[in-house]
Write a protein that binds this ligand. Structure first.
Ligand SMILES: Cc1ncc(COP(=O)(O)O)c(C=O)c1O
Length: 380
């Protein structure tokens, strides 16, 4: 018999999702036209403090669409954290532009704002802060730098639905915000994403690029630009709207999980717990920890032991400058980002589903403590 695993993350879907999806099927509105797309875009954008929402097929395509909408092209540079999910960098590559990396800062694991300015050149087009694992970036210094240098800010808020920086929702602070609705995100559409903005021109351009640059006026098949089909379906948006209706509850569940983990793990030596800066509301997309030498075994050894005991985990992302795909392109040669490297070596996340029960969290923490005790015994 297969052992039951506690998965790293599963979605929480309910009757509303079923009702709205059933409505799409019963009414035949299954492609990208339909009331759920519009309603989901309008409501989610407003939630982020934005006028316009443009749904897409994924977080990756949302990032690409955002960059394309501000006309990012060959020769441009886009500043981003070294420690992020690869889609942030790929989106820049799709535009023919060059990702320029900045190390992480050790407390929040986000882009180190003190190290941004030294990376700005006359080719810099935009800065893409990533609100990693649900903790917002320190946005004020980023906004100040970009104002001074007249750069765009594209927030990669794929992991940070509902997170706040000084009371403002992430995704709604910069010129453009990008979200992912993959199944492990705080709200999901299965696969999907959204671009949010307050800039009408950017919104219009994003809508056109998303839909193969069809002419606005009439459905004539004359195109003057290359566009993409990044349209979300009404079925996906139906799930998204149902999820959106409980977004605060879902984010609160992630926060509750994090507080429970913190409570049960705070006394364990050798584990660094995630933090919440005084200016931040962290939504703890994934409950992320660092395994220090003092723990007595490596992060990878701990992950193996947890897997044997039915607990699924994941490592942190591997830094962009350590990706073979970019070396092949001649990027990041000889560059070093010590904080990002250390995070990739020691970081992992524990099961983080919104629907986790307290007894499961306690069980996971007890297992971690038991494993630590075992290494202590074998080493003495
Ligand atoms: C920071 C970040 N950016 C972008 C993405 C890409 O989103 P998607 O998987 O929906 O394409 C992800 C996905 O997890 C992410 O974590």
């Amino acid at each position: 018999m297969r052992k039951r695993m506690i998965p790293v993350c599963i979605p929480l879907l309910g009757e509303k999702e079923l009702e709205y999806v059933t409505d799409c099927i019963k009414t035949n509105w299954i492609s990208s036209k339909g009331k759920y797309v519009e309603e989901f875009e309008e409501k989610f954008a407003k939630y982020c403090g934005c006028k316009y929402g443009i749904t897409t097929t994924s977080g990756t395509t949302a990032l690409h669409l955002a960059l394309a909408s501000i006309n990012t092209k060959k020769g441009d540079e886009v500043i981003m954290p070294a420690s992020t999910m690869i889609a942030t960098a790929f989106a820049v590559i799709y535009c023919g532009a060059k990702p320029v990396l900045v190390d992480a800062e050790p407390e929040t694991w986000n882009i180190d704002v003190e190290k941004i300015e030294e990376k700005i050149t006359n080719k810099t087009k935009a800065i893409m802060p990533v609100h990693i694992y649900g903790h917002p970036c320190d946005m004020d210094p980023i906004m100040k730098i970009t104002e001074e240098h007249e750069l765009y800010v594209i927030e990669d808020a794929a992991e940070a639905h509902g997170a706040e920086y000084k009371g403002k929702k992430t995704g709604g602070i910069g010129d453009i915000g990008c979200f992912s609705f993959y199944a492990n995100k705080i709200i999901t559409t299965g696969e999907g994403g959204m671009v949010v903005t307050n800039d009408e021109e950017i919104a219009d351009r994003a809508k056109s690029l998303r839909n193969l640059c069809f002419p606005k006026e009439k459905r004539v098949y004359l195109h003057s630009e290359v566009g993409y089909n990044y349209r979300m379906t009404n079925i996906q948006a139906a799930i998204g709207l149902a999820q959106f209706e409980r977004i605060d509850e879902l984010a609160e569940m992630r926060r509750r999980n994090a507080h429970l983990y913190n409570k049960y793990l705070k006394s364990v030596k050798g584990i660094t717990l995630p933090i919440e800066k005084e200016w931040a509301k962290n939504v703890y997309w994934m409950y992320s920890i660092l395994i220090e030498d003092e723990f007595g075994m490596s992060r990878d050894e701990l992950m193996n032991e947890l897997e044997k005991r039915g607990i699924e985990t994941r490592t942190f992302f591997i830094s962009m400058h350590e990706q073979p795909v970019f070396w092949e392109m001649g990027l990041f040669e000889g560059e070093s980002y010590p904080v990002a490297e250390e995070l990739a070596r020691t970081g992992m996340y524990l099961p983080s589903s919104s629907g986790l029960k307290e007894e499961e969290i306690k069980f996971i923490c007890d297992v971690i403590k038991e494993i630590k005790e075992l290494v202590k015994c074998t080493k003495t």
